[in-house]
Write a protein of this length. Structure first.
Length: 272
């Protein structure tokens, strides 16, 4: 079996101990399903309806992959700012406040416009379109990597420097840093497809990001080739707070994935 790196979920590691051989393959998130359709990987433990919805629909239509259902946590992805920025931009978290506060979030490279730090090239998200549709005085800047983006958040937070960026949950950031998500107009499918929908009658994407479930996907051939692994992965669920703690233990506290998984397995002995 070949899994994306996100496939370190506990039951997958448990099967390693039971004799199944698993190779972890580094692969781009948004092309992972195509790789699965081509037989390059077997399993992905996290596909977010918020960013991979179109890719999931396209993959479902091929019949080469199977949606194993929700992982458990509800996905939220949106513009996020530290609480200290509310003093510099009164009216937050209402998105209308950003119309008057671009300069409060500016850096030398974007001044007088504010900088929004995201991951457009890797995660999508339509933030340049959102900025244009809502006439926000901001520039979308790609951080390059997730590690670089959150390292910049840590640095800015310690200095109380201006920053607004893409933060998602489940993740360790909301549990480590005090902040809020911007409240944009609520997402609907029409917002992304019908320019007449929403506050801007001429442009689509005049709303916030979608939110919803996180799904597990597996190769359609896996059910017969690895029936035990298939069943365990299909049955597996984890709640959001529990997953946040596991992610924090690895990414913030520096614990090894194996140690975190071993503790999770001990706490859930007999469940998987």
């Amino acid at each position: 079996m070949r899994s994306s790196p996100a496939g370190w979920c506990p039951p997958w590691r448990a099967h390693l101990r039971q004799g199944d051989k698993v190779e972890y393959v580094t692969i781009d998130y948004l092309t992972g399903l195509t790789a699965m359709e081509n037989g390059d990987i077997t399993f992905m433990s996290e596909l977010w309806a918020t960013t991979a919805g179109d890719a999931m629909k396209a993959s479902d239509a091929t019949g080469k992959t199977e949606n194993l259902g929700p992982l458990g946590p509800k996905a939220k992805e949106e513009w996020w700012y530290p609480m200290y920025m509310k003093e510099k931009c009164p009216g937050l978290p209402d998105w209308h406040a950003l119309l008057k506060c671009g300069e409060a979030f500016a850096v030398p490279e974007t001044a007088p416009k504010g900088r929004y730090l995201g991951m457009e090239a890797t995660w999508g998200g339509h933030d340049p379109e959102r900025i244009k549709a809502l006439n926000l005085p901001f520039v979308a800047v790609d951080a390059g990597t997730e590690a670089a983006m959150f390292a910049e958040l840590k640095s800015a937070y310690e200095r109380k420097a201006p920053i607004i960026l893409w933060v998602y949950s489940p993740h360790w950031v909301p549990s480590v840093f005090e902040g809020e998500w911007v409240q944009f107009p609520e997402y609907t499918d029409a917002c992304y497809t019908d320019p007449k929908w929403g506050v801007n009658p001429d442009l689509a994407f005049d709303c916030g990001k979608p939110h919803g479930d996180i799904f597990k996907y597996i190769s359609a051939k896996a059910k017969t080739k690895w029936p035990d692994a298939y069943k365990a992965l299909k049955d597996f669920k984890v709640d959001g707070p529990e997953l946040n703690l596991m992610v924090k233990a690895v990414d913030v506290d520096g614990k090894s994935i194996d140690d975190v998984v071993a503790k999770w397995m001990a706490d859930h002995k007999g469940q998987y």
